[in-house]
Ligand binder design. Structure first.
Ligand code: FAD
Length: 434
């Protein structure tokens, strides 16, 4: 058997590893366009240590990443955050991030008290008594739904900062059905108000940590996957035409949606309809006595006069990073629709520094800095996304020996990508066994 995996991000590496588990003697080739594997996972040196400058964490309630680490003999690499909570910069001040919300959508007025003005708080409190119209057959962007029920301030100060973190999106670029399926289900099932729907949609209380991370960075997971897959990894090998993989018995296309469009032109309308946002990350190493707050990060409300959209105070968030000789901060830039082409690395470092000085009120003097630009890095799960994915999957199912995996299918997070790579390999294995 000869298999090709196109795209060496986490989805593709997991797919290759799962194929290896089923086909001990198969020839497995990974074709990767860039000069390294990992895609949005990238561990780089900073001030004498390694840090992640793409994804840095994963949702801790999902089993995929801890299970994968254990399988690969890396269980001791699993780490959890300190439990420190983030702040929100809104209206020119820092506020605690509301607790007990669903992606920033409050379940009651108290959770946003202090963050929003009194009239918005009163509006959230009164929302259950305002008749709700919900179309079970349609999809809507999160921003329109929340603004209509709770007002703009809840969108800009509570929802946008969280969606900016997950999708590099804005509530106007993200649809309710794909991004908040439990909320959509509660509304479909007749919840009488948005407040009631959020209460039903919130996950049950759990003592499990919300996030997990990898002590030495995602690079150790990538290395272990490459070893375990025993694949022929070909870097600097962009696939621009399906004829490049025609000699294989099975092919997994583990690509971003925009790249899939060029390989399978019949899918171009569906894939082109998936928009992507560009973001940039600046990692700063600061002297250990820099007076940063004790919080895990600072999210920035949309519409504020800052250029950064969030700061992760990594040394406060992660106990294993707190042991380093420097304080590490990740500043992120770029929200849906924002063009970042004019930014140089220097501009980004200067903006990270100036904005961090403004929100912390302390002098920021980096001893080291590194930058990553993630052009078209995150697919936007806009209204109608689930229908587009269903159309893509149905069309691919008609193509013999070809499967797809990736962040645009079942979730952008690393656990969802691991699941996507695993599922694609299982489908291909079933198909070639027929
Ligand atoms: C800045 C940032 C921070 C993030 N933070 C988190 C986080 O903390 N937690 C979390 O769970 N998720 C996070 N994510 C999301 C997550 O990292 C990604 O969704 C996930 O890594 C995508 O993996 P993938 O393999 O599907 O795609 P990618 O990582 O995009 O990999 C696709 C690969 O295909 C290659 N390729 C493209 N075109 C071709 C071609 N024609 N031929 C061959 N190869 C090609 C690319 O070079 C790339 O290596 C973050 C994403 C970004 C951008």
């Amino acid at each position: 058997m000869r298999f090709a995996v196109v795209g060496g991000g986490i989805s593709g590496l997991v797919a290759a590893y799962r194929l290896r588990q089923r086909f001990a003697d198969a020839e497995i080739t990974i074709l990767e366009a860039s000069d390294r594997v990992g895609g949005k996972l990238w561990t780089v040196p900073l001030a004498g240590g390694d840090i992640d400058i793409g994804a840095e964490a994963f949702v801790g309630r999902r089993p995929e990443v801890p299970a994968l680490l254990t399988e690969l003999g890396l269980a001791e690499q699993l780490v959890h955050p300190s439990g420190a909570r983030p702040l929100v910069w809104a209206g020119g001040e820092l506020h605690p991030l509301p607790a007990g919300t669903l992606m920033g959508i409050p379940a009651d007025a108290d959770s946003v008290a202090g963050l929003v003005d009194e009239s918005t708080r009163a509006r959230v409190a009164a929302e259950p008594s305002v008749p709700l119209e919900w179309d079970r057959t349609a999809d809507i962007d999160v921003g329109s739904l929340v603004a209509d029920r709770f007002g703009e301030q809840v969108v800009r100060r509570s929802v946008d900062p969280l969606l900016g973190g997950v999708y590099a999106g804005l509530s106007s670029s993200i649809g309710v059905r794909a991004a908040l399926p439990t909320l959509a289900a509660a509304l479909d099932n007749g919840a009488a108000s948005l407040t009631a729907a959020v209460r039903q949609a919130l996950p049950p209380p759990s003592t499990a940590p919300v996030f997990g991370g990898i002590r030495d960075g995602y690079g150790v997971l990538l290395d272990a996957l490459v070893r375990a897959a025993r694949a022929d990894v070909r870097l600097d090998s962009p696939v621009t035409d399906m004829s490049a993989v025609s000699g294989f018995d099975g092919v997994i296309l583990a690509l971003p949606a925009w790249a899939l469009a060029t390989l399978l032109p019949d899918l171009a309308p569906e894939t082109a309809a998936i928009e992507h946002s560009t973001s940039a990350l600046v990692a700063l190493a600061l002297p250990p006595d820099t007076a940063l707050p004790g919080n895990s990060g600072i999210l920035v409300a949309s519409g504020e006069s800052l250029r950064a959209k969030a700061f992760t105070l990594s040394s406060r968030k992660w106990p294993h990073l707190a042991r380093r000789q420097v304080l590490i901060v990740r500043a992120s830039f770029g929200r849906a629709g924002e063009n970042m082409d004019h930014w140089t690395e220097r501009d980004l470092i200067d903006a990270a520094r100036a904005d961090l000085e403004r929100v912390t009120g302390t002098s920021i003097e980096p001893v080291d800095a590194t930058v990553a630009l993630w052009r078209n890095g995150l697919p936007q799960y806009g209204p109608g996304h689930l229908d587009r994915v269903a159309a893509i999957e149905a069309a691919v199912a008609e193509l013999p020996g070809i499967e797809v995996a990736g962040a645009y299918l079942g979730g952008v997070g690393v656990p969802a990508c691991v699941a996507s790579g695993t599922a694609a390999a299982a489908r291909l294995a079933t198909e070639v066994a027929r």
